[in-house]
Write a protein that binds this ligand. Structure first.
Ligand code: GLU
Length: 500
């Protein structure tokens, strides 16, 4: 390992994403990842991924994989971390226990931390007593000054213990790049438990050691960590470690301005992957959750974001998660990204999240044709399977009345569909495309009085016969994708439906 005090930190920022693998990669954590990434790339620094898996009960490998896959999907490459070993590893806290032990022992030896043998019942009773006297409920400090012989004896007896740090009874200030000066009264906190044992450090402690040893210069994380910051600073100071620069990102709020949660919709990145959003759109949307560029430009790829991003311009107030806006971004990217790229994304998507249809007879070319006509109409890939199921199934379920154009009769509709059959039969298999269909139909309409000025009479039943839907893309486009044979079959089926 390198000497943690190399002058490198003076000019090249080192930032980290430090997720706990205790749940699916959260959208908020993805936003934190992106802001760290943008800050590092903009300033020629390093972006580090550190897996905070000290909570053995709740940490799971599958969640770690989900974080890693999520970051890769978003295109947020980390410079050091799992799969990309650097000079400051290991990058999983569960593999760094010797390091934490060393610093815990140092604090104990210096009398800055101590073993506490109070039972949970005693602690609860102390708290209740303080509350009943109108005082803040904190640890009383009972074990702070136990005689060393007694501590040694208790430890030898294996009396259950935790390790607490001595909290100064002062106020503490820190500068936050986004929020300015933040002040805390440490006296309200009481002596904090920093480890359950020498091999079981708790979050606030291991973070301090790792941020120091990994030479983290800027701690950029969610606002929900603000209450942890004074605790971490106290630990740093007890060990004589330098203080990183802090930047706490605004909370993500739901449309009702309460904390963004499952109540509002999907909160895990993987759920957006399942719904078929594009990574470009998600990155762009995430970037604007709490920040916007000076020129108010909206559509920005990762490269542009790196150029424009400024950490100090991140807002203090909560950032509202607007689902319509995410849909808008995704729809924009479906239109503006190179077709090939969208087709590939879609092919991957279908492989990963197979729709509830039998796709065995459907080839890539057919899928691409569907995409071509439907892209401007959908917000994400999963919508395609909901609103355009007629491309994937031959059994259309719609009531026969839907075929009837407003004010028309069943007989007229049957006639219209028979006309449709005749028109289509005039087009050869090779010429069966939207342009020829349109020209043949329009010529027919021009020559038939009953359809002049009332194209719907002919085109509505055609469109419904092909799609079974109240609303869909235009009939010529759908027919082209389905092909002549299947289009004719559907039209005949519609005629039968009307007869029944
Ligand atoms: N492990 C913490 C979490 O997942 C983050 C730690 C930090 O950023 O300081 O919330």
């Amino acid at each position: 390992m390198l000497d943690p005090k190399t002058p490198q930190q003076l000019f090249a920022p080192r930032v980290r994403l430090a997720p706990s693998p205790t749940g699916w990669f959260h959208f908020g954590t993805a936003r934190t990842a992106l802001f760290n990434y943008l800050f590092a790339r903009k300033n020629g620094g390093k972006f580090i991924l550190r897996i905070e898996d000290t909570d053995k009960k709740r940490s799971q490998k599958i969640y770690e994989e989900d974080i890693i896959n999520g970051l890769k999907w978003l295109g947020l490459d980390w410079d050091e971390g799992p799969e990309r070993e650097g000079d400051f590893g290991p990058y999983r806290q569960s593999e760094r226990l010797d390091l934490y032990e060393k610093y815990l022992k140092q604090l104990l030896a210096d009398g800055k931390a101590y073993y506490c043998f109070c039972t949970p019942e005693e602690i609860e009773a102390q708290k209740q007593d303080l509350i009943s006297r109108g005082l803040p409920p904190k640890y009383s400090g009972k074990c702070r000054d136990l005689p060393p012989q007694l501590v040694a004896q208790y430890l030898a007896e294996k009396k259950p213990a935790v390790i607490r740090i001595k909290m100064p009874k002062t106020t503490l200030q820190f500068d936050d790049l986004i929020r300015g000066k933040v002040e805390f009264n440490l006296d309200l906190l009481g002596d904090l438990v920093i480890a359950k044992s020498l091999r079981e450090p708790l979050y606030n402690f291991s973070v301090v050691i790792d941020d120091y040893l990994m030479q983290i210069t800027h701690v950029i994380r969610g606002e929900d960590h603000i209450p942890n910051t004074p605790k971490q600073i106290v630990i740093q100071e007890a060990l004589g470690l330098p203080r990183p620069i802090y930047a706490h990102l605004p909370m993500i709020l739901g449309p009702d301005r309460s904390k963004f949660s499952k109540r509002h919709g999907a909160t895990a990145l993987v759920e957006y992957q399942k719904l078929g959003y594009l990574p470009e759109a998600v990155v762009n949307f995430l970037a604007l959750l709490g920040w916007h560029p000076a020129d108010n430009e909206e559509i920005m790829d990762l490269e542009t974001l790196v150029k424009k991003f400024e950490l100090t311009k991140v807002q203090k107030g909560g950032a509202i998660f607007n689902f319509q806006k995410l849909n808008w971004f995704n729809n924009q990217y479906l239109r503006i990204l190179p077709k090939e790229r969208v087709f590939n994304y879609f092919a991957d998507y279908v492989k990963k999240y197979p729709p509830p249809f039998d796709l065995s007879e459907i080839n890539q070319e057919y899928l691409n044709k569907i995409l071509e006509i439907e892209l401007p109409r959908i917000n994400n890939f999963s919508e395609l399977f909901q609103t355009c199921d007629f491309f994937f199934t031959k059994e259309l379920k719609y009531p026969p009345e839907l075929l009837i154009w407003k004010g028309e009769s069943v007989t007229n509709t049957q006639q219209a569909l028979t006309d449709v059959l005749n028109i289509i039969n005039q087009i050869s298999d090779e010429d069966f495309n939207r342009i020829n269909l349109q020209s043949k139909f329009y010529t027919f309409i021009d020559n038939h009085l009953e359809y002049q000025g009332n194209r719907g009479k002919l085109l509505w039943p055609l469109r419904v016969a092909l799609s079974g839907k109240q609303a869909s893309a235009g009939p010529f486009e759908i027919a082209e994708v389905l092909g002549k044979k299947e289009s004719l079959r559907r039209i005949k089926e519609a005629i039968n439906k009307l007869e029944a």
